[in-house]
Design a protein around this ligand. Structure first.
Ligand code: ADP
Length: 254
C-alpha cells in the first residue's frame, strides 16, 4: 500500500463537501466518486456550483467542510501527490497565445518535473492524440477555438494523470467543434483509462454509457448511470430527467 493512498482507490472521491461564499452556502454535503476509465458528466444549470466544486478540487479555494481524495490521496494532507494525479482544463483558456503548441506543452511538462527529452516526447505523443500532430510549431494564436481546447486537453494529459477535470470546455465553440471535442474526450477516456469529470449545462453532451452527477442549487440531486438517473426521475430522456431533477423534489440514486 502506498503512503497516503489506497491501492484500490477511486480516481476521485468527494465526501460531505460544503462551501459558502461569505456565509452564502453554494455547495451542501456534495458526495460522489469516479473510477478509472469512467466518463462522468457533472450536469447542472448555471449557478449550480460546478465551477466552485472545480475550484475546491483544484485547490484554488481551500476553506471547506468535507473530504476530497484523488487516487486515494487526501487533498490537504497529500497535496503534491493529489495534484500530480490530476489534469485540469479550466473554463477560461490558459494557453500562451504567442508560444507554439510545442512550447506551451514543454513548458508545462517542465513544471511537472519532466526533463527536456521526455517533455518533448510526451508533447508530441499527446498532441498527435488530439489530432494536431501537424501543428506542433504553430503559434496558438493561429489556431481555432476548438483546436486550442484540444491543445489544453493534450497539456492536461502530459503527466499521465488518473483524473482529468474539464469545466464547461465547449463554451464558445460552434456546434461542429463542440461535437468533435465531446467525441474526442470520450475516446481519450477509454484509451488512456483516465477518469474524466466533464462539467456542462448542455444535456446533449451526455452519452448513453456515461455516468452523470446532477448538481443543482449546490446539492447532488442524483448520480449514477444514465439509466439510474432516468429511473430516479421517472423521465424517458436525460433532458426530461434534468428538468425534473433540477426543479422538483428528487430521489438520490447513490
Ligand atoms: P456554475 O459553475 O454551476 O455556474 P458557480 O460555482 O459559478 O456555478 O456558482 C455557484 C453560486 O455561487 C452562484 O450562485 C454564484 O452566483 C455564486 N458565486 C460564484 N462565485 C462567487 C464569488 N466569487 N463570490 C460570491 N458568490 C459566488
Amino acid at each position: 500500500m502506498r503512503e497516503g493512498g489506497r491501492d484500490d482507490a477511486p480516481a476521485l472521491e468527494v465526501d460531505g463537501l460544503s462551501f459558502s461564499y461569505s456565509g452564502k452556502p453554494v455547495l451542501e454535503e456534495v458526495g460522489f466518486r469516479l473510477e478509472a476509465g469512467q466518463f462522468t458528466v457533472l450536469l447542472g444549470p448555471n449557478g449550480a456550483g460546478k465551477t466552485t466544486l472545480f475550484s475546491l478540487i483544484t485547490r484554488l479555494y481551500d476553506r471547506r467542510v468535507g473530504t476530497i481524495r484523488v487516487d486515494g490521496f487526501e487533498l490537504r494532507r497529500h497535496a503534491v501527490a493529489a495534484h500530480a494525479r490530476m489534469g485540469v482544463v479550466f473554463q477560461q483558456p490558459t494557453l500562451d497565445l504567442d508560444l507554439s503548441v510545442r512550447q506551451n506543452l514543454t513548458y508545462h511538462a517542465a513544471l511537472h518535473g519532466m526533463g527536456p527529452r521526455e517533455a518533448r516526447r510526451r508533447a508530441e505523443e499527446q498532441v498527435a492524440r488530439v489530432g494536431l500532430g501537424d501543428a506542433l510549431k504553430t503559434r496558438v494564436r493561429q489556431l481555432s477555438g476548438g483546436q486550442r481546447r484540444r491543445v489544453e486537453i493534450a497539456r492536461g494529459l502530459l503527466h499521465r494523470p488518473r483524473l482529468l477535470l474539464l469545466d464547461e470546455p465547449t463554451v464558445g465553440l460552434d456546434i461542429a467543434a463542440r461535437r468533435d471535442l465531446v467525441e474526442r474526450v470520450h475516446r481519450l477516456c477509454v484509451e488512456e483509462g483516465v477518469a474524466v469529470l466533464w462539467a456542462t449545462h448542455l444535456i446533449d453532451e451526455v452519452y448513453p454509457e456515461d455516468r452523470v452527477v446532477v448538481l443543482d442549487g449546490g446539492k447532488v440531486r442524483a448520480s449514477g448511470s444514465v439509466s439510474e438517473i432516468l429511473a430516479a426521475s421517472g423521465g424517458t430522456s436525460i433532458g426530461e430527467a434534468f428538468d425534473t431533477l433540477t426543479t422538483g423534489p428528487v430521489e438520490v440514486v447513490s
